[in-house]
Design a protein around this ligand. Sequence first.
Ligand code: F6R
Length: 610
Amino acid sequence: MCGIVGYTGKRKAIEIIVPGLHKLEYRGYDSAGAALVGTNGIDLHRAAGKIENLEKSFLTSPPDRNATTGIGHTRWATHGAPCVRNAHPHLSQNGHIAVVHNGIIENHVQLRARLESRGYVFKSDTDTEVIAHLIQEFWNGSLMDSVSEAVSMLSGTYGIAAVSSDEPDTVVTARKGSPIVLGDCKDECIAASDVSAIISHTNRVIFLDDGDIARLTPGSIEIRNPEKTMVTRPSTVVDWDPGKIEKGGYEHFMLKEIFEQPESLENAIRGRLIPEDGTAKLSGLQLGPSEIVRITNIVLTACGTSYYAGLAGAYAFEQISGIPAHIEQAAEFRYRNPIVAPDTMLAAISQSGETADTLAAVREAKRKGALVMSICNTVGSTIAREAGRGIYLHAGPEISVASTKAFTCQVAVLAMMSVLFGRSRRLSNADGTFLINAIASLPELARRTLEQNDAVKSIAERFAEASDFFYIGRGYMFPAAMEGALKLKEVSYIHAEGYHAAELKHGPIALLDKNVPVVACVPSIPGCGKTMANIQECKARGAPIIAIATHGDERIRSFTENVIEVPECPDFISAIPVAIAEQLLAYHIANIRGEPIDQPRNLAKSVTVE
Ligand code: F6R
């Protein structure tokens, strides 16, 4: 969602802020802006739409290039339309303070009324503007003190960066529920809402904790906790290669990330497989066999694509570990007062580690006494830190809004967990070894699936004009069908529904005709014969079939010539090659239709609001 960059140092602030904002574009946004602490006070620049519009505005209204301190923002509209007036930064009434904000201020209406009664005049429809006026209201000569007083009035979530012309060379940041990361550089300081905007300057970063306020001056960082005590937060080295957040010759990040999957899967499993013992080593879990054996119930929770990975994971836990497991949408888990039985483990799955509903589910599960762990990609993210124990995907930065490599790595991590948990129960060494060897083959399975790229592209050409799709599957192919449909609708804007293959005839089959292609996820795993029968039902209604089937399975050719072949593999990891095939299909269809694949309309990479 929204993105923040703040800078103070010796360099031209605008030359750090604008490239930083570009690095955050993938999060999704609809306006952009920057405020510099200039020689004549705050120098404000804002534009609706893309950052390029902001850069174009510099031609007629040049930014103060001598300014060495400033803040920038990409806004994803929540309160008020995406227009210049609502774009961040927002100024205080006296124009001395500029603020950018991620998150939602829930009591902004009350605060606005109170400030208006004291003579403040609002210029935007946003919830953020109250923060700028509150800082002015509490101004005591120190930006940090005034921000601290202002945020004490706020309910809701925020990641904030503020500057003031009355305290040049200073950026103050604060967070509650919306991440802020600080770049620990030598003679300068950078703050951002995520590491991507910092990594080209330093890989040494400090994550603020909820309630922290930080004062950045060139080369120094002072952090106060909610009790206003000075604290030191650990500095973390992020092992992202800055080159990984460039497109590297691919037309889109999505395609690059699809093709990175052999490598990302390799990284996700590296050092974690012990074939001779038929098990996995997942140190981040901090659980020994005697603790694992006490876990009698597993609840997985997540949103969107991560939810579908969790659904496949729940099947694997039951099948391989013999532990009752189910997945819950994080938004449901947080509000429906779930029963957390003793010895329940909650596994929160989140690529970004910042999804508001998943984070709230983690907190609720902790309150209820569950053993909580996380499966995240973003190192140091809030969910990873609050869960306390967990497994990182090591998939590398995922820039495309549509998740691809994170999904396959999530399924791989859940597969490793299932084997590990199974080994403390009914799984024999020999069976464990078989499964671990299958997991070890994942990079190769991904590589072979990617060889289908040209075949998928020609199928995409045949169906790119369709306006409705169905995706069907059963067993492990049910989550795969759901994920395939989600991917297609996100990037191509085509209506697509994922359905359990057996459920189709309980209603949706009424929609099928020659204009509605059905993507059948039907690799050779248990249950595929039944799905073949369902394919026949679809064909009988005239629906064109696109099949994702195991290489060499000739049966499928009698139903359709549109076959995407995936290599043979055991069922518990079969969602991985099938998802890669689906990702390619969604990508090519969207590309043929000319859609903005990496940043689809209305979507944000990290959903930090409920
Ligand atoms: C879809 C997609 C979203 C996310 C969802 C959860 O391609 O990316 O559905 O999966 O917003 O995000 P994380 O995994 O960051 O919690």
